[in-house]
Structure formats: structure tokens, C-alpha cells
Design a protein around this ligand. Structure first.
Ligand code: 5GP
Length: 178
């Protein structure tokens, strides 16, 4: 299952809730060249690597998908753990951006694509400003990306509104189980 949606909609929070409360679902850990935020743990939230390591992995085809997100850092899903998880009959969840979701659609067409939507645009802006982890410049870039990402909602199989993290997570897991 692929979970995508606009920046700051709470994809990361929903994915973390699923990871912590539904151990039957395996959550993919992405590689990124972005700098870790203070609360982030290497290997749990992301594998933090430098550009050289990322490029090496990309060139040998180790990514199921990869993208430059918000015009800044590179993010990619390592291919092997996804295939190993699926081969073992476990449910796999990828929390990635829209560009990545489109690549997975080509490679694993029978995956379920879920769009996590904000209750409203104003709420999305409030969440982005409220998080306070980005500079004003970066925030504007992210809002611009978010506008494009919201327009892609019809490409997805299902939309879940993130009005409440627990409720949205439970809806997501019930979809995976079904
Ligand atoms: P953040 O830097 O706030 O953790 O994430 C920024 C964006 O990158 C989010 O939209 C997130 O879904 C996306 N992202 C995280 N991991 C991956 C990945 O492996 N591939 C792609 N394409 N996007 C990712």
C-alpha cells in the first residue's frame, strides 16, 4: 500500500501511528539526503545518507522509486526490503511523495494507492506553519508543492481525510487488512 498526500497533511504521523500500533504492518524506511530533525533517529525514521551514497544506490538500481522532494533533498525506497516483506506474506506500507507513488504504480500496479487529504486547505496551511521546522522560504516551496499534490487526488484509489490521526490510521489499516 502506498500512502501519499500533500506536505504537512500528517502522512508521517499516520505512518508512525500504524508502525507503533499495528505490528502486522511493515513500514518501509526510506533513504534520504536531508539533514535529520532533532527528534529523528537514523534507521527508524529514515536512513540518513549523503549524496554520494544515494547516487551509488540509484545507479545500481537499489531503489524501487526515488525523487527529489521540494526541490531540495533526495528520497528513495530501498527495493529489496519491500520485495522480501511481500514475499513473506506481510503487509507493506510506503509513505512517499506523489512522484514516488507514480513510479510504484508502474512497478507494482496492483498496490493500493491511498491519498491522505487535509480537512481543508486552511487547515493544511495551519499545520505547516504550526510545525515550525521549516524556514519561511522552505515553507513557501512546500505550499507550492502541496497545491500540485492536492490536484493529484483523482489518481488515487482511495482518499482518507486526516481529521484525526488515530481514526485515519485505523481506516488505513482496515483497508490494508481488507
Ligand atoms: P520530510 O522531509 O518532511 O520527512 O518528507 C518530505 C516528503 O518526502 C514527504 O512528502 C514524504 O512523503 C516524502 N518521502 C519520504 N520518503 C520518501 C521516499 O522514499 N520516496 C519519495 N518519493 N518520497 C518520500
Amino acid at each position: 500500500m502506498v500512502l501519499a498526500g500533500p506536505t504537512a497533511v500528517g502522512k508521517g504521523t499516520v505512518a508512525a501511528y500504524v508502525r507503533d500500533n499495528f505490528p502486522e504492518v511493515w513500514l518501509s524506511v526510506s533513504m534520504t539526503t536531508r539533514t535529520p530533525r532533532p527528534c529523528e533517529i537514523n534507521g527508524v525514521h529514515y536512513h540518513f545518507i549523503d549524496d554520494e551514497q544515494f547516487e551509488r544506490m540509484r545507479q545500481v538500481g537499489e531503489f524501487l522509486e526515488w525523487a527529489v522532494v521540494h526541490g531540495r533533498a533526495k528520497y528513495g525506497t530501498p527495493r529489496a526490503p519491500v520485495h522480501e516483506t511481500l514475499a513473506a506474506g506481510r503487509m507493506a506500507l510506503l509513505e512517499i511523495d506523489l512522484q514516488g507513488a507514480r513510479q510504484v504504480r508502474e512497478q507494482i500496479p496492483d498496490a493500493l494507492f491511498v491519498f491522505l487529504a487535509p480537512p481543508s486547505w486552511d487547515e493544511l496551511v495551519r499545520r505547516l506553519v504550526g510545525r515550525g521546522t521549516e524556514s519561511e522560504d522552505e515553507r513557501d516551496t512546500r505550499l507550492d508543492t502541496a497545491r500540485h499534490e492536492l490536484a493529484a487526488q483523482p489518481e488515487f484509489d482511495v482518499t482518507i481525510v486526516n481529521d484525526n490521526v488515530q481514526r485515519a490510521s485505523e481506516e488505513l489499516v482496515s483497508l490494508i487488512r481488507a
